[in-house]
Write a protein that binds this ligand. Sequence first.
Ligand SMILES: Cc1cc2nc3c(=O)[nH]c(=O)nc-3n(C[C@H](O)[C@H](O)[C@H](O)COP(=O)(O)OP(=O)(O)OC[C@H]3O[C@@H](n4cnc5c(N)ncnc54)[C@H](O)[C@@H]3O)c2cc1C
Length: 430
Amino acid sequence: MTGDYIDSYYARTRADDARRIALDGAIEAETCVVGGGLAGLATALALAEQDRSVVLIEARRVGWGASGRNGGFVSPGYSLGLDKIERKLGAGAVKTLYRLSLEAHALVRSRADEAGIRREAGLLRCHLAEHGEGLGPYVGHMNETYGLKLEHWPRARMAEALATDRYADGAYNPDAFRVHPLDMSRGFARLAEARGVRIFEGTPATGLGREAGSRVVATPSGRVRCRHVVLACGGYVGWLDLRVSAATIPVATYVAVTEPLGQRLKETIRVSTGVSDVRLASDYYRPLLDGRILWGGRISVFHPDPERLKAIIRTDMLKVYPQLADVRMDVAWGGWMGYARHKMPCVGRLDDGFWYATCFGGHGLVATTVGGEMVASAIAAGDDRWRMLEPFGLAFAGGPVGKIPAQMVYWYLSAGDRLRRKRYEARAAA
Ligand SMILES: Cc1cc2nc3c(=O)[nH]c(=O)nc-3n(C[C@H](O)[C@H](O)[C@H](O)COP(=O)(O)OP(=O)(O)OC[C@H]3O[C@@H](n4cnc5c(N)ncnc54)[C@H](O)[C@@H]3O)c2cc1C
């Protein structure tokens, strides 16, 4: 029973299938949010919590895009590393931005709890063996600067936790957590409705215009008249607005889920944690409660069919756990992430009353709430925190055409990773 979500483990196991009607006719609201992923939902929720009137329109189903298909790793931070943010904005701004993401992380956790979404604690970020142990200083810095409770896991602890020699050391965050992201998106939609947001599914925005001092969002069989429009369409924006679309590079990434592994799961991943490595397109995986492993990784401009995806992801898994050679992948899927050229979220205002919250890249489960809070408090209270992200801005990236250079950068970095691995293996063999 996958309805009109794409076939994924999450669509197969979602907790409920409540549907919302499509918009039919003309309505009004103070704000119209376009896009029912986590960015749109976070914006709508934050506005409703400040007693503002909101309509949210979603082209397909709530959580149909990246928000309902991802790895389910919920942790603070952004797609761009803090060192690079600091280089651009300075030490004070990077601290403020990271603290905003810590607040958003706490908000996602409390909303998930309110919506009855199960959370599993713990994420482990690893250095690959060929990079050597190097995460100790990072753990010390994050704990000291931001009061985190990260643990440094040296090689011996890593070997106890995971049945692989692929890693050197790890940074374990006991406060980060894993969720069923489609259930969480759908749960956030329920919370938004309980606070008064009107949500329409099967309702794509087909045009954005102005009429007698108001903004008008056109849909196939209706229209929303409003003061503010917030575009939150992620990597699925198409050409809805030239400036936002041209800044958005849609980048594909993949996930697969194994058959149930029974006892072998605990022999492979011996602690309850999600795992990722520090590469740009890292392998990331986690045990699922029904005894499977969910494995994700790669970035690409291509979207292979599910059978091919199963094979690709299985190959990646076997590089880390060759002992799983006989394990079958039951389901595989991909999704588009919106990336800006600079890899930071694009959050801001284009013209009076025309907002965007997009390009959360591969680290959006918390950052979307940072963006949603920024836009909502700007609309409701004139708060200008969103201007912190202005130096990044809507950098022209050619829209969908920007996929080509993105793919080349990925191939280049992957080739470097393979070379480093080969040299390491040769040294180890010698
Ligand atoms: C496979 C995968 C794994 C990932 N893993 C993680 C992870 O573990 N942790 C993490 O933090 N991040 C992860 N991410 C990234 C994260 O999922 C995204 O950053 C985040 O979900 C983006 O949310 P969004 O609302 O901006 O976009 P989306 O969730 O893509 O939502 C955009 C919505 O807009 C709708 N839309 C588009 N055009 C229109 C229109 N004209 N009218 C109305 N609606 C429209 C779409 O139908 C879609 O539902 C992953 C992403 C993918 C694809």
